[in-house]
Design a protein around this ligand. Structure first.
Ligand SMILES: Cc1cc2nc3c(=O)[nH]c(=O)nc-3n(C[C@H](O)[C@H](O)[C@H](O)COP(=O)(O)OP(=O)(O)OC[C@H]3O[C@@H](n4cnc5c(N)ncnc54)[C@H](O)[C@@H]3O)c2cc1C
Ligand SMILES: *[C@@H]1O[C@H](CO)[C@@H](O)[C@H](O)[C@H]1NC(C)=O
Ligand SMILES: *[C@@H]1O[C@H](CO)[C@@H](O)[C@H](O)[C@H]1NC(C)=O
Ligand SMILES: *[C@@H]1O[C@H](CO)[C@@H](O)[C@H](O)[C@H]1NC(C)=O
Ligand SMILES: *[C@@H]1O[C@H](CO)[C@@H](O)[C@H](O)[C@H]1NC(C)=O
Ligand SMILES: *[C@@H]1O[C@H](CO)[C@@H](O)[C@H](O)[C@H]1NC(C)=O
Length: 506
C-alpha cells in the first residue's frame, strides 16, 4: 500500500542524520561541470527572495536549503555525476508544480525534476545550481478501474507500491524494472523505461493511456484520458513519454494494467553459443506463443562475476551463455506442459545443454534475483563503463568480443547481458580505475559501431546528461532539428532540465 504522508515526513527526519554521516564518510564524485567541462548557461541565480517565495507556496518543511540536506539530490545513483544545487522543492500537487514553474520561468531559474533518482545517464541530477523538484510527495492513487485495468495516479508513486496496490486487485503494472523499489512512475514515463517484460507487455508508449504534465510557463496540459482509443488530433502524451523532463514535468499518469497471471513459470538454461540463443528465441516464440513474457540472456562473465561477487547460487553449471525464459498465463498445468515440452525438445536438439524449469515462487525468485543482480550488483571492483544499446538481433552480441579484443588486458571484465526479445543488450566494461585514456578507447568507438550496425545508442536509459554529444549517431539532422523546434516551442527559455538530451549544436 502507498504510505500515508505523515509516515513519509517522519521518515525524512530520521534519515537526515544517517545521510549526513554517509556523505561525510565517502569521497564525493567530481563535479559534473568540471569532469565534463560544461559552461553554465545564462540563467538567473537564486536569491533569498526566491526562497521566501517558495516557502510561501509550499511550506517551510518542503523547501530544503541546508547543504547537507541538499547533497543527496546532487548525486546520481551510480555516483558519476554531481551537481551544485542549493534548493530542493517538494511539491504536493499539480497546482504547486504549476506555480513553481510559472515563477521560475519568469525569473529564468533553471529546474531539474527528480523521481527515484535511479536514472543511469545523469538526467535526474542538476549540473550547476538548477532547482531540484522532488516528486516523492506526489504519491496519491486517484482511481483504479478493475474492469478496464486503468490506474490513475500521481507521478511520484513508487513503482513497487503501485504494483502491490494493483496486485491486491488482480492486476499488475505493465513494467517491472530492476529499480522498482525506488523508481517513480513519473520517472518511468519520462524515460520510457523498458525492463524485463517489455517483450510481453510492450513499452510505455503503449501502456500509458494518458498524462497530465506542466509546461515551462506553468500551463497544465490535461491529456489524462483513461481510454484505449482516442484519435482526436495529435497524440500529445507521447511528447512527455521519454523526453526526460525537457518538455514538461509529468504530474499524473493513467496506466493500463494487465491481469495478474495465474500461472507463472521460469526456465533457466545453459547454451553453447550466441547463434543458438537466436535459434532458441525463435523456437520459444513458436512453442510458447502468447504466454512468453520474458526472454533474457547473459554471458558467462556476467553470471560468473555476479555469482562470485555476491555469493549467489547458480542453479546450473558453467556455460558460455545463459538464457532465462518466463511465461505468464492463466493455466498452470497447461503452461507448465508447454514449457517442459519446449525444454525437452531443445535439449534433444542440443540448443539447450542444461536447464531447470520451475513454478515454485522461491526458486523463481532465486533465478530472477541472479538476473537482476547482474545490472545492479554494486559490488564491482573498479569502474564500470556501462552501455545500453539496441542492435538488430543477427548482430546482437557482436560488440562484446570486438570490445574484449580492443581493450585487451586494460579491462578486468567485458560482459554482455540483456533483453534479447527487445534487441537490447547491456554491455559492461569494468576497468580497475576510471581514466581518460580508456574512456577515449571506448567512446565514441562503441557508438560508431552501433551506428554502423543500424542500432540505437540508448535502448532504454535515455540520453540524459551523459549522451547528448552522441545522439547524432542515432538521430539524423532533420529529426534533431525538429526536437529543437519542439523544445523552443514548449520551453522557450530553456529552463526545464538544461544540459540534458539536446546537443548544443545540430
Ligand atoms: C538497478 C537498476 C536497474 C534498472 N533497470 C532498468 C530497466 O530494466 N529498464 C530501464 O528502462 N531502466 C532501468 N533502470 C534505469 C532507471 O531505473 C529508469 O530509467 C527509471 O525509469 C528512472 O525512474 P526514476 O523515478 O528513478 O527517475 P529519475 O532517475 O529520478 O529521473 C529520470 C529522468 O526523468 C526525469 N524525471 C523524473 N521525474 C520526472 C517527472 N515527474 N516529470 C518529468 N521528468 C521527470 C529526470 O529529470 C531524469 O531526466 C535501472 C536502474 C537501476 C538503478
Ligand atoms: C525525496 O523526498 C522523499 C520524501 O520526502 C525522500 O524519501 C527521498 O529520499 C527524497 N529523494 C532524495 C534523492 O533524497
Ligand atoms: C519504472 O522503472 C523501473 C526501473 O527501470 C522499473 O523497475 C519499474 O517497473 C518501472 N515502473 C513502471 C510502473 O513501469
Ligand atoms: C569467475 O569470477 C572470479 C571472481 O571475479 C574470477 O576470479 C574467476 O577467474 C572467474 N572465472 C573464470 C573461469 O573466468
Ligand atoms: C554492470 O554495471 C553496473 C553499474 O555500474 C554494476 O552495478 C554491475 O555490478 C555490473 N555488472 C557486471 C556483471 O559487471
Ligand atoms: C544498415 O542499413 C542500411 C540501409 O538500410 C543497409 O544498407 C546496411 O546494410 C545495414 N547494415 C547492416 C550491418 O545491417
Amino acid at each position: 500500500m502507498i504510505k500515508p504522508l505523515v509516515t513519509l515526513v517522519g521518515l525524512l527526519h530520521k534519515s537526515k542524520i544517517s545521510e549526513q554521516v554517509r556523505y561525510a564518510s565517502q569521497a564525493l564524485p567530481q563535479l559534473s561541470s568540471e569532469k565534463y567541462n560544461i559552461k553554465r548557461k545564462d540563467f538567473g541565480t537564486i536569491k533569498s527572495s526566491d526562497v521566501s517565495y517558495f516557502k510561501s507556496i509550499l511550506n517551510e518543511g518542503r523547501v530544503l536549503t541546508d547543504e547537507n540536506d541538499v547533497m543527496p539530490y546532487n548525486i546520481d545513483w551510480i555516483k558519476n555525476c554531481r551537481g551544485q544545487s542549493t534548493v530542493v522543492l517538494k511539491p504536493q500537487n499539480t497546482a504547486e508544480v504549476s506555480a513553481i514553474l510559472k515563477y521560475c520561468n519568469e525569473k529564468r531559474l533553471a529546474v531539474c525534476p527528480q523521481g527515484g533518482n535511479t536514472g543511469l545517464v545523469g538526467g535526474s541530477v542538476p549540473v550547476f545550481d538548477e532547482i531540484v523538484l522532488n516528486f516523492s510527495l506526489m504519491n496519491k492513487i486517484e482511481s483504479l478501474d478493475d474492469v478496464s485495468g486503468a490506474l490513475i495516479c500521481e507521478a511520484g508513486c513508487i513503482l513497487e507500491n503501485l504494483d502491490n496496490y494493483v496486485r491486491e486487485r488482480g492486476l499488475i503494472m505493465p513494467l517491472d524494472l530492476g529499480a522498482k523499489g525506488s523508481c517513480h512512475i513519473g520517472g518511468n514515463a519520462s524515460t520510457n523505461a523498458g525492463g524485463l517484460r517489455l517483450l510481453r507487455y510492450g513499452n510505455l508508449h503503449g501502456s500509458i493511456l494518458g498524462i497530465e504534465a506542466v509546461k515551462a510557463d506553468g500551463t497544465v496540459i490535461d491529456c489524462l484520458k483513461a481510454l484505449k482509443k482516442d484519435n482526436t488530433g495529435y497524440h500529445l502524451k507521447h511528447l512527455f513519454i521519454g523526453s526526460e523532463g525537457t518538455l514538461g514535468f509529468v504530474t499524473k499518469v493513467a496506466v493500463s494494467c494487465p491481469v495478474l497471471p495465474k500461472a507463472v513459470n521460469l526456465g533457466f538454461f545453459g547454451v553453447e553459443n550466441f547463434e543458438n540463443i537466436l535459434k532458441l528465441y525463435k523456437s520459444a516464440k513458436s512453442s510458447l506463443g502468447e504466454i512468453l513474457s520474458a526472454f533474457e540472456m547473459a554471458d558467462f562473465d556476467s553470471i560468473n562475476s555476479t555469482v562470485q561477487n555476491l555469493k549467489l547460487p547458480n542453479p546450473i553449471a558453467d556455460y558460455p551463455f545463459y538464457v532465462l525464459v518466463e511465461t505468464h498465463g492463466s493455466d498452470d498445468v497447461h503452461d507448465g506442459e508447454k514449457l517442459s515440452r519446449f525444454l525437452s525438445k531443445e535439449m534433444e536438439s542440443g540448443l539447450i545443454v542444461d536447464g531447470t524449469v520451475t513454478s515454485e515462487p522461491s526458486k523463481m525468485q532465486t533465478i530472477w534475483n541472479l538476473r537482476e543482480s547482474i545490472a545492479g550488483a554494486g559490488l564491482v571492483v573498479g569502474y564500470v563503463f556501462k552501455y545500453d544499446v539496441s542492435i538488430p538481433l543477427k548482430n546482437y552480441y557482436d560488440l562484446v568480443p570486438i570490445l574484449r579484443k580492443k581493450v585487451g588486458d586494460k579491462a578486468l571484465i567485458v560482459c554482455g547481458y540483456g533483453h534479447v526479445g527487445d534487441g537490447n543488450i547491456h554491455i559492461n566494461v569494468t576497468v580497475p580505475k576510471y581514466s581518460q585514456e580508456i574512456a577515449s578507447v571506448l567512446e565514441p568507438y562503441i557508438f560508431e559501431e552501433v551506428s554502423k550496425l543500424n542500432g540505437s545508442i540508448s535502448a532504454e536509459h535515455g540520453i540524459g546528461f551523459r549522451k547528448p554529444k552522441y545522439i547524432h549517431y542515432s538521430k539524423d539532422k532533420s529529426a534533431l532539428q525538429l526536437m529543437k523546434d519542439l523544445k523552443q516551442l514548449m520551453d522557450p527559455n530553456g529552463i526545464l532540465n538544461p544540459y540534458k538530451v539536446l546537443p548544443d549544436t545540430v
